[in-house]
Design a protein around this ligand. Structure first.
Ligand SMILES: [Ca+2]
Ligand SMILES: [Ca+2]
Length: 417
């Protein structure tokens, strides 16, 4: 009996220790870290080394961290092909995907139900239509994917960073596979997109914080979004996600064919906090959100409109078209003094339980220095607040005031009688 009691006591102590160990261990030990994927920049040399030949081609299966399918090459910065120098977005190396070629990586420690944003840099090698398919797989049948069009070059550097998001459903426990594939079949097999700098970030839904402030816009300050490398100065393009439930910019939909740019305060001028959205391509770049409203109630949409500080001024002015329900307003950027942003507002009466709030750039702007990089006005700090509540309270106070006067009058009159 005594022996049993002591055994149970020891077991109890052991369980307690185990529990404390689990609680005290940093969360990161159980979760996938944000940032660069394993050899996500392709700078880790393959087992045989990178080689030094002018036309180098690494053995596809030897790229550390990645599995490959089809013709996958490691390309070097400055490498020539025909008369063209291949573009490597970051560092000295990147991969090129040949016809229907694919690279993939197993992701571990994914959190069931969580949304992950994937940031990657891509460049095209030939003038033909080139695109890149990015997908997430948890089983052979279940996957989500998107094809990013690389035809439009947004920056003069010859490459752009893009973001895409997926949700981990936990079908295969905490693991899944991410893949990048060239869906094209070109006559010239040396064509095909170049991919580099692949990072991941677990997104949180900033829904709860908005309840306290009575602002019904989710992530209206754009502080939550995909990973931006601190040393990458081009921002991150957010391609259309109209037909997807999952977004790399929580709360928001890019509902146009063209992308908008997610910018950070390290490389751009941002009206509020550390992140904002730069609208590109005029009416072809639209961001929107369906916000919760009460039918018949009056609301005020306010937002900041500014310059990204990327030499976008000059030539065409900067202007934003804002929509809230059936109301629309065109605001031209005309800051006072040294301000780099200004506020604008739009009042509307909700016609339904959900109201669409949307923004696009009125003009098609390009940078004044290179005359080809797409740029535009920056939008930040979007809020939709009910004004009816305030009006209603004022009304009550006013009514109450009259009621008090009336009661006082009746009281005095009753004395006279
Ligand atoms: Ca690289
Ligand atoms: Ca912001």
């Amino acid at each position: 009996m005594v022996f049993l009691q002591s055994t149970f006591r020891r077991l109890g102590s052991l369980l307690l220790l185990l529990f404390l160990f689990m609680v005290l261990l940093p969360n990161s030990a159980f979760a996938l870290d944000d940032g660069l994927l394993e050899n996500g920049d392709f700078e880790e040399p393959p087992s045989g080394g990178f080689g030094g030949a002018e036309e180098e081609m690494a053995v596809a299966s030897s790229i550390p961290g990645w599995t490959t399918n089809g013709t996958v090459e490691l390309v070097r910065s400055g490498q020539k092909q025909g008369g063209m120098i291949l573009i490597v977005p970051q560092g000295s190396h990147a991969v090129r995907l040949g016809n229907e070629a694919e690279i993939g990586q197993e992701l571990m420690k994914l959190e069931k139900g969580s949304t992950y944003a994937v940031t990657f840099s891509a460049a095209r090698t030939c003038a033909q239509l080139e695109s890149l398919n990015v997908s997430f797989h948890e089983s052979s049948s279940l996957s989500s994917s998107a094809t990013v069009d690389l035809q439009t070059l947004y920056s003069v550097e010859g490459w752009d960073a893009y973001a895409w998001a997926f949700q981990a459903m936990g079908v295969r426990g905490d693991t899944g596979r991410i893949a990048f594939r060239n869906p094209g079949m070109e006559e010239d097999p040396t064509c095909g997109p170049i991919v580099d700098n692949i990072a991941i970030k677990k997104l949180f839904n900033p829904d709860s914080s908005s309840k306290k402030s009575k602002n019904v816009v989710i992530n209206g300050d754009f502080e939550e979004g995909p990973w931006i490398f601190p040393n990458e100065s081009l921002g991150v393009l957010l391609p259309t996600n109209l037909d997807q439930d999952i977004t790399s910019l929580p709360g928001w939909i890019v509902e146009s064919n063209r992308a908008v740019r997610f910018v950070d305060s390290l490389h751009f001028t941002v009206p509020q906090g550390k992140r904002a959205v730069e609208l590109l391509s005029g009416k072809e770049g639209i961001i929107s959100q369906m916000v919760k409203t009460t039918q018949g109630k009056q609301y005020n949409l306010t937002f900041n409109l500014g310059t990204a500080g990327d030499k976008c001024r000059g030539g065409q002015p900067l202007a934003v078209m804002a929509f809230a329900g059936d109301q629309a307003k065109n605001t031209h950027y005309a800051p006072t003094g040294n301000m780099t942003h200004q506020s604008s507002n739009l009042t509307f009466t909700a016609k339904a339980e959900r109201t669409r709030v949307a923004f696009y750039s009125v003009y098609y702007n390009t940078r004044t220095d290179d005359k080809s990089s797409l740029c535009g006005p920056v939008v930040d700090d979007v809020r939709v607040m009910s004004v009816s509540a305030g009006v209603f309270l004022n009304q009550i106070t006013r009514d109450y005031h009259w009621l008090m006067m009336l009661l006082a009058l009746m009281f005095l009159t009753s004395f006279r009688i």
